[in-house]
Design a protein around this ligand. Structure first.
Ligand code: BDR
Ligand code: CA
Length: 345
C-alpha cells in the first residue's frame, strides 16, 4: 500500500492549476485534505467555482474547498483572462459545482489543519501567496508546523512572464511573497525545522524550471489513448475537459511564446512536492522588489552571495521534465479511464 501524504493545494484555478488538481486526484500517494482559493488568474469567487467543478469532474466532491482572500494584501487585483480565458478554464464548460464552499475561510483552514497535524501537511502554493502570508501572520508557528511549503512562483534566473523580470504569481501580490519569504526562511524557523527532522526551507520553482514542463498536443494524444479516447473527438469527461481547456492555453502560448503547446507550471510544482527527486535545488537568499520603478515583484536572488545573508529558499535549478510529463500523462490518463469506466457501470 502506498504511503499517503496529506496535501493542501492553494490555487488560483486557472488552467494549469486545474491540471494540478487533476494530478493530485490521480496520484495514489496524495491525501488531498483541501483546496484553498486565492485571487489571481481570475477573481477568487470564480477560482472557487472552477476548483470545485474540477474536483467534481475527478469525482472528488468530498474535498473541502475554501474561499480565501479576494484581493492582494495591499495592491489592486489584476487577473489574466488572455492567458486562461474569461472564466479561467479556457474553452472548457463544466457543470456548476453541486457542493457548497467550506464554511471555513481559507486562512482559518490553513492554520487549523497545520495545528491539527503538526509536521505532516505539505502546502503547495500555486497562485499568489496572499493566503499563505495571511496564515503565517495569523499563526507565526505555521512555517514550523508544516511538513513543507512548496511554491510555484518567481523568475530566479530567467526573464519574467508578466513584466520583463517578474513572474505572474509573485507580481500579483509581491507584498505577500515578501512576507512568506521572510517568515518561512527566518533562521530561527530553519533551526526549529532542522531539529524536528524537516527540510529547513521552502522549495520554490521559478519559470526557468517550470517552463521545461512543456505539454504538447502529442502528450495530450498519448493521455487520451491511455484513457481509450481520442483527443480530437473526446468522449470521456476528463479528456474532453483537457482538450477544451488546453486548446485555449496552447493558442495563448503560440501567440506569446512561439510554440503550440503549454507550460504546465503548477502540476510540475505539485509533482516536485510529492517527489523531490524530480528537481535539484540550491539554497539561496531571495528577496522581493517592492518599490521598483520597472521591477516590482522581481525575485532578487543572491547567486554570488554578495549579501552575505543566510539562504531563505531552496530554489529549483533543474527538473526532470520528461519524467514528470510521462508521469502526468500516465496518471491523469488512467484517472480519465477509471472514471469513464465507473460512469458506465
Ligand atoms: C503561474 O501563473 C499562473 O498564470 C499559472 O497558473 C502559474 O501558477 C505561472 O507564472
Ligand atoms: Ca496558478
Amino acid at each position: 500500500m502506498t504511503e499517503r501524504h496529506p496535501v493542501i493545494l492553494d490555487v488560483d484555478t486557472g488552467i494549469d492549476d486545474s491540471l494540478a488538481l487533476l494530478y493530485a486526484c490521480a496520484s495514489p500517494e496524495v491525501e488531498l485534505v483541501a483546496a484553498t482559493c486565492v485571487a489571481g488568474n481570475v477573481d477568487a469567487r470564480q477560482v472557487a467555482v472552477n476548483t470545485r467543478a474540477v474536483l467534481e469532474l475527478a469525482d472528488r466532491a468530498d474535498v473541502e474547498v475554501a474561499l480565501g482572500r479576494e484581493t492582494p494584501l495591499v495592491r489592486p487585483l489584476t487577473t489574466t483572462p488572455e492567458t486562461h480565458g474569461p472564466r479561467g478554464i479556457g474553452y472548457a464548460e463544466l457543470p456548476p459545482p453541486s457542493r457548497p464552499l467550506s464554511r471555513r475561510h481559507a486562512v482559518d483552514l490553513l492554520v487549523d489543519e497545520a495545528r491539527r497535524r503538526p509536521g505532516e501537511l505539505t502546502l503547495v502554493a500555486l497562485g499568489p501567496l496572499t493566503n499563505v502570508a495571511l496564515a503565517a501572520l495569523r499563526e507565526p508557528e505555521l512555517p514550523v508546523l508544516l511538513r513543507r511549503l512548496v511554491i510555484m512562483g518567481g523568475s530566479y534566473r530567467s526573464p519574467g512572464n508578466t513584466a520583463p523580470t517578474t513572474e505572474w504569481n509573485i507580481s500579483v501580490d509581491p507584498d505577500a511573497a515578501a512576507v512568506v519569504f521572510t517568515h518561512f526562511g527566518a533562521p530561527e524557523v530553519q533551526a526549529a525545522r532542522k531539529s524536528a527532522g524537516l527540510e529547513p526551507r521552502p522549495l520554490a520553482l521559478g519559470l526557468d524550471v517550470t517552463e521545461k514542463a512543456k505539454l504538447t498536443p502529442e502528450h495530450l494524444t498519448a493521455l487520451a489513448a491511455r484513457a481509450g479516447d481520442d483527443a480530437h473527438a473526446p468522449r470521456t469527461p476528463i479528456v474532453r475537459y483537457l482538450a477544451d481547456a488546453l486548446r485555449f492555453y496552447m493558442e495563448f502560448h503560440s501567440r506569446y511564446d512561439g510554440f503550440y503547446g503549454a507550460f504546465i507550471h503548477d502540476p510540475l510544482a505539485l509533482a516536485a512536492a510529492l517527489d523531490p527527486s524530480l528537481v535539484r535545488a540550491e539554497a539561496l537568499a531571495v528577496d522581493v522588489e517592492l518599490g521598483g520603478i520597472l521591477t516590482t515583484g522581481e525575485t532578487v536572488t543572491d547567486w554570488r552571495r554578495t549579501w552575505g545573508k543566510p539562504p531563505n529558499l531552496d530554489i529549483a535549478v533543474e527538473a526532470d521534465a520528461e519524467a514528470f510529463l510521462a508521469r502526468f500523462v500516465e496518471r491523469v490518463g488512467d484517472l480519465a479511464a477509471r472514471l469513464a469506466w465507473a460512469r458506465t457501470l
